[in-house]
Design a protein around this ligand. Structure first.
Ligand SMILES: Cc1ncc(COP(=O)(O)O)c(C=O)c1O
Length: 479
């Protein structure tokens, strides 16, 4: 940092760096529709590029950014572009990207009102708008998170607190040690992030009883059986949007069984992308009963299409969140009248101003814009699914209920093991090719391929490209 410019204005050096980043980003975003969706760079190549000692002397901010791009550029995928169908990624709408830059420029610490009153009021407005958008009860309390994993953690922490009260202790204050384990029921299709949350919260991964699922949907008879063997309170983790196929557990069915359970129950819904079903009347039936559950977690960096990292969680009872997460320290005590501190509603104190890109996206597109975006994704998923269904040499492995398409290549003359290997090789080749990006999975014992449709900018033409790549990779005849 130069001391002359620092004396004049310590932020003067920021401007050329921002100008440079602006120019680079402008070109990047403009070219994003045609950016390679995947990359052919290898891990050893990337390791070599970053293999250098900590510099003794610094350089200008602009040169630092350039130096990073020199090394990293080949490792940037078009993951926020329209031909990324891998995992469940989502893109960045124009309003949310601009607002996210603004969030960095003003660098407010969300959580403590006095540190930036704009944050608490924005976040509260966003939580209110999200409940309206997702048709959730307005009385639910909520918090913004870094993504669905933390959203699941928030909902399950509230469930843990509820269960401990039922059992006569206070888990947040005293921990779980010395008390009987709190049973957790879910299906075999529970998402890895909920498992991670349960292990973080001290339930332990092994505490989960994974009940059978029929085509991805929790078997209610198995749930009834399991409940009848439990005396006390129970936590049920339901999937609203199973990650491979987009299957939805029957929330009314679960709520009915839990209502009849003498020990009571807490129902947490993992709705990382499935909660978006409520944005379209075409798919809202999938979430029937959502208003009867106790907590729900969702992602914003997926289908809301705001930049990483961003999610939100809602919990029926505000006091459970505050009991679990609210702590104070002398240095945090406010002086005088202040607004609401939001740090007590979630697991972290200091946090990025995630509410800002969300607020601007919701303001820019509104309910109608988001409904249109979700329905475009539904159309794209349905179109790809029905193309697979009519094409020889591929197999649709599950009905397309929402935005997830689970399928595989079925080349003639190969046995099961060879078909599995063909699919693994095909995914690797498609990822290297880079025109589209998709990811593998296993479904009902078969090596499979998942395509997720949750990018706001994906068009029917992008789906055509996907089909062309699949056709070429599988050496399928034209329709
Ligand atoms: C159903 C489901 N739950 C939870 C998660 C975890 O979300 P995140 O990676 O944003 O924490 C995902 C991610 O794909 C998901 O699909």
């Amino acid at each position: 940092m130069s001391s002359d410019s620092a004396a004049a204005n310590p932020f003067a050096e920021t401007l050329p760096a921002l100008d440079w980043v602006w120019e680079w980003s402008r070109r990047y975003v403009e070219a994003l529709p045609n950016h390679r969706a995947g990359t052919d760079v290898t891990a050893p190549e990337m390791t070599a590029l970053f293999d250098e000692p900590l510099p003794e002397d610094g350089c200008s901010p602009e040169n630092a950014v350039r130096a990073w791009l020199d090394r990293a550029e080949r490792g940037i995928t078009g993951s926020s572009g329209p031909r990324n169908f891998g995992f469940v990624i989502g893109g960045t709408t124009p309003a949310s990207l601009a607002a996210d830059w603004l969030a960095s420029a003003i660098d407010q610490n969300s959580g403590l009102w006095v540190a930036g009153p704009c944050t608490s009021h924005t976040d509260e407005a966003v939580l209110r708008w999200l409940k309206e958008l997702f048709l959730l009860p307005s009385s639910w309390a909520g918090t913004l998170t870094s993504g669905a994993t933390m959203s699941n953690l928030v909902g399950l922490a509230a469930g843990r607190q509820w269960a401990s009260w039922q059992l006569g202790f206070d888990a947040a204050a005293d921990g779980l040690g010395g008390h009987p384990p709190i049973p957790v029921l879910s299906s075999t299709e529970i998402h890895a992030s909920a498992v991670k949350s349960l292990s973080t919260l001290g339930f332990g991964r092994n505490a989960i009883r994974k009940l059978p699922a029929i085509d991805g949907v929790l078997d209610l008879a198995a749930l009834q059986d399991a409940l009848s063997s439990i005396d006390g309170p129970v936590i049920v983790v339901a999937n609203a949007g199973e990650v491979n196929t987009g299957a939805f557990d029957d929330l009314h069915g679960i709520a009915d069984l839990v209502a009849d359970h003498p020990g009571g129950g807490w129902i947490h819904v993992d709705g990382a992308f499935g909660l978006y079903a409520n944005l379209s009347p075409r798919t809202a039936h999938l979430l029937a009963g959502i208003e009867r559950v106790d907590s729900a977690g969702c992602d914003a960096h997926k289908w809301l299409n705001v930049p990483y990292d961003s999610g939100f969680a809602f919990v029926r009872d505000e006091s459970l969140l505050l009991e679990t997460f609210s702590t104070r320290g002398a240095y945090l005590e406010p002086i005088g009248e202040i607004g609401k501190d939001l740090d007590g509603y979630g697991p972290v104190f200091s946090t990025r101003f995630r509410g800002l890109p969300m607020w601007c996206a919701l303001k820019a597109y509104g309910r109608a814009g988001y409904r249109a975006m979700v329905e475009r994704c539904l159309d794209n998923a349905a179109a790809f699914g029905s193309w697979l269904d009519q094409t020889h040499g591929v197999e649709l492995l599950a009905p397309v209920r929402l935005n997830m398409v689970c399928w595989r290549f079925t080349p003639d003359g190969l046995d099961d093991a060879a078909t599995d290997q063909f699919n693994r090789d095909a995914v690797a080749a498609i990822q290297r090719d880079g025109r589209v990006f998709l990811t593998p999975t296993r479904w009902q014992g078969k090596q499979a391929i998942r395509c997720a449709f949750d990018n706001w900018a994906t068009s029917a033409a992008d789906v055509e490209v996907l089909q062309q790549v699949v056709r070429q990779q599988g050496r399928l005849g034209a329709l």
